[in-house]
Ligand binder design. Structure first.
Ligand SMILES: Nc1ncnc2c1ncn2[C@@H]1O[C@H](COP(=O)(O)OP(=O)(O)OP(=O)(O)O)[C@@H](O)[C@H]1O
Ligand SMILES: [Mg+2]
Length: 411
């Protein structure tokens, strides 16, 4: 069965800890889970692909698992791009529609957005997304979609998310060499938001923090649109390494200890609580000792998040005194790293906003094991890819209708 006949959408999330493949088909307009694969990533260094061969092997293994489960061949995928190299900036673009007022078509909307693409961009920077925040028609702001309106000057305020060109290309190369054609690249934090944020949160202003193994990727939404994207170079692996160094134990043991007994707030752990560990001889370990190691890292993570927001152009763009004022809807944590107990409290105290864990929406038929924040990116990528397909199909249909009308008129 070919993928196209099958109406399948597949996403590839090559994280620094896990490589995930997830497939769904479109059934009566809604996504239905078909299969997934998860394997430990290979060849990753500090959130980037450092060695191709092991990274490709991981993609092949995850894809084979997904193919077995979905009972089909997977030939193409949407890839996620994330990591410490993500940076975003807000910009404006303007299009004169001519000397007389006229109706705005989809082509004009596309043109004004595309004009924001700088002619010269810094070497090794690639534009991942041009995300309109609002259109302004003849000076009137707050327009969500100007198609069909009449005016003379169309402007757009938009957010430009950029990434390292070589990082994006390495991801595509891995997918290709694993036998997958890449149809689209999606920013992982924006994808994770797609799977977790409510419409109210996007409207009121919310910071999505996707905490992976080597970085925490950010996407801030305000008045329904993305106003900031970025990343800080701290993730779950830093917490684990702190434990391994602090308790002088192998990383694998520290990882297990963190997942089972870790807490990011010392005072939330009972003073007398103890466990017995083999290190290498059996010995007692106070649970507070673990939290004493993890808490400073958690504070540092959210301090960096706060600084990233403050150094961004959020406050200037939204005309606020402090970027944190944009977080009226709070802060949502996704990624495997978000599962550390106590992290929400640290986020709340640093960002002075409510925080919650972002559990991804459930697709129909989806197994319960995927319903955790580590799968938010992959599920969000599916939703994003599905939405862009639907939008493109609608645009093509209206283009076809227009062409038909033109030909009909010329007969
Ligand atoms: N129960 C848990 N408690 C605390 N941390 C956890 C738990 N489960 C997983 N993690 C951490 O989550 C991290 C992996 O998260 P995730 O799967 O989102 O990363 P990734 O997508 O592979 O990496 P990245 O997005 O940075 O490229 C690891 O560092 C791991 O230690
Ligand atoms: Mg990730």
């Amino acid at each position: 069965m070919s993928q196209r006949q099958d109406n399948l959408i597949t996403v590839l999330d090559m994280g620094s800890a896990y490589t995930r493949v997830l497939s769904a088909d479109v059934n009566e307009g809604a996504l239905r889970y078909r299969g997934h694969g998860v394997v430990a990533s290979g060849g990753m260094r500090k959130g980037l692909i450092g060695e191709l061969a092991p990274a490709i092997k991981a993609v092949k293994a995850a894809n084979a698992q997904a193919e077995r489960m979905a009972r089909t061949n997977i030939g193409e995928c949407v890839v996620g791009v994330g990591g410490p190299h993500i940076r975003g900036v807000n910009t404006v673009s303007r299009l004169e529609l001519g000397s007389r007022l006229r109706e705005i078509g989809q082509e004009d909307v596309r043109n004004v957005v595309e004009r924001a693409r700088p002619v010269e961009r810094p070497a090794d920077r690639e534009i991942l997304h041009l995300l309109p925040r609002q259109f302004i028609l003849d000076g009137q702001p707050g327009i969500f979609d100007p198609t069909g309106m009449v005016g003379a000057v169309l402007e757009v305020d938009l957010h430009m998310a950029t990434c390292s060109g070589s990082a994006r290309q390495s991801t595509i190369t891995c997918a290709n060499r694993a036998g997958l054609e890449v149809t689209e690249a999606v920013l992982e934090s924006v994808a994770a938001a797609e799977a977790t944020l409510s419409a109210d949160e996007r409207e009121l202003g919310t910071c999505l923090v996707n905490i992976g193994a080597h970085s925490a990727d950010l996407a801030v939404f305000f008045e329904g649109a993305v106003v900031h994207t970025g990343a800080v170079p701290i993730g779950g692996a830093h917490f684990t390494n702190d434990l391994a160094v602090g308790l002088q134990m192998p990383v694998a043991q520290a990882e297990e200890l963190k997942r089972e007994f870790g807490h990011a707030v010392v005072t939330a752990v009972p003073q007398e609580a103890e466990i017995e560990i083999a290190n290498p001889e059996p010995q007692a370990l106070r649970l507070r000792t673990i939290a004493e190691i993890l808490e400073p890292r958690a504070r540092e993570l959210f301090y960096f998040v706060k600084e990233n927001l403050r150094q961004s152009d959020i406050a200037d763009t939204l005309r606020l005194n402090d970027a944190l004022e944009a977080l009226g809807g709070g802060c949502v944590l996704t990624g495997g790293g978000a599962m550390l107990p106590g992290l929400l409290d640290v986020a709340e105290s640093q960002l002075r906003a409510r925080a919650r864990t972002g559990l991804p929406v459930r697709l129909s038929n989806m197994p319960g094991e995927l319903a955790h924040p580590g799968f938010a990116t992959a599920i969000g990528m599916l939703l994003y890819a599905h939405r862009t397909r639907v939008t493109r199909a609608a645009e093509n249909n209206s283009l076809r209708a227009k062409l038909r009308a033109i030909f009909a008129a010329s007969y």
